[in-house]
Design a protein around this ligand. Structure first.
Ligand SMILES: [Zn+2]
Length: 235
């Protein structure tokens, strides 16, 4: 396992925005790099959340399955999370996460931050991407066909990463968080969140390792940051 709170990332968000998602690293390798992570699957079939040794595929229509060791991850970020600080928090909305991180961690606006929130959430609105309809379809188009669901009074875990503005395109600048229910039956990319008496562990990250794909599709991608497009589909 990697050192605590180092980020390992495979590929770039911009590559995903350009539709590069035909292959990637195996689940087994991703799991060896950390105990919590986010990402997606080949052809962007759903959302990925990894937690304590298991990679979950959060599929459209809200279904969840465990991914096998040989399945491939075309984009993912993970870390061996060890909380630097743990607090009991109240979240009125998604923006509140930013404030809690700013209040509880030393200055970290230009560092990466990772966190884990557990408890019973008053409200979660989550989406799952339905997957590419043709190879190379850009992620920005898939945002229009995503499956969105809301859950009230649901117990579970949120895994989150906050990336600095300067890294928009490498990652999702700002907050990026995925949810999975305690019974592992539903989950997705979090659009809205609220709750109280939630346990939130958080840590700063100053070491980031990015592994790039070597394929033709990656090398033919333009990789130009589309700030508005990323905010629309990943915000
Ligand atoms: Zn996501």
């Amino acid at each position: 396992m990697e050192e605590p709170n180092h980020i390992y990332q495979f590929s770039l968000l911009n590559a995903l925005m350009d539709g590069v998602s035909a292959s990637g690293i195996p689940v087994s390798k991703f799991l060896s790099k950390g105990n919590q992570g986010l990402g997606t699957f080949v052809l962007m079939d759903g959302e990925l959340l990894s937690l304590d040794g298991v990679v979950y595929q959060l599929q459209s229509e809200g279904r969840v399955r465990e991914a096998g060791n040989d399945e491939q991850i075309p984009f993912g970020v993970t870390t061996n999370f060890v909380a630097e600080k743990t607090e009991t928090v109240k979240l009125e909305n998604k923006v509140a996460i930013d404030k809690i991180l700013d209040t509880n961690l030393p200055p970290s606006a230009n560092l990466f931050v990772t966190y884990r929130i557990t408890g019973t959430f008053t409200h979660i609105k989550a989406r799952t991407v339905k997957g590419q309809e043709y190879p190379g379809q850009p992620l920005s188009e898939l945002g229009d066909s995503q499956f969105v669901s809301t859950y009230d009074n649901i117990s579970g875990t949120v895994i989150g990463f906050r990336s600095p503005k300067a890294f928009q395109g490498l990652a999702v600048a700002g907050e990026h968080l995925h949810f999975i229910s305690e019974d592992r039956k539903v989950g997705g990319h979090v659009l809205e969140i609220s709750g109280e008496n939630l346990k939130m562990g958080m840590a700063r990250v100053k070491d980031v390792h990015v592994e790039l794909p070597t394929g033709k599709d990656f090398n033919e991608a333009t990789l130009v940051s589309d700030d508005a497009g990323i905010k629309k589909v990943e915000g």
